[in-house]
Design a protein around this ligand. Sequence first.
Ligand code: AR6
Length: 186
Amino acid sequence: MQSVQIGTATLELVEGDITRQDTEAIVNAANTSLLGGSGVDGAVHRAGGPQILEECRKIGGCPTGEARISGGGRLAARWVIHTVGPIYRDGKHGEAELLAGAYRNSLRLAGEREIGSVAFPSISTGAYGYPVAEAARIALTTVITFLKTHPEIALVRFVLFGPAALRTYEAALGELSPAGSDPATG
Ligand code: AR6
């Protein structure tokens, strides 16, 4: 577990399961249909129950890089923010900007709804094939930039699946930290 302060906010990196987080919102790595899938998406719908899918049907989909919100069903989190990361091709098809958009728009939605704590998985790095080190850099840069100007969000937690992903995010944060945060390991 690693934790840094970004202004008044806390940014945490932990290893774990996104469906078990007690933040006000968790983020789902969905697809444009919002009708479920494997990986995080499968786990969120399994753990949260059918109510989430019912709400997602009404929402009617989400373009890549954007975000939508539903209730959390049976999850500890009250809200699920569904976002769609890019499918990675070669890095030359706007993937980085779409991935940044997925994080930024998720946080924007949280801010609008006065949601103060959000847990993210590593969007696009599973079925969508985004190289983890590069995705980690984009994810952390985008979240840190957002937090610096949006004090209404008090906590962002990255929930990484397995020790390798956690180490990759820790290394990426280590490279970014001197630029604007105060590392405090926990
Ligand atoms: N908690 C946290 N992280 C997890 C969990 C979990 N329970 N399960 C997997 N991961 P993915 P994507 C990690 O494939 O790449 C779905 O079918 C996983 O190891 O869930 O954005 C959707 O419907 C990986 O590092 O999301 C879409 O079609 C990361 O979460 C598509 O997959 C993301 O892997 C989205 O693909």
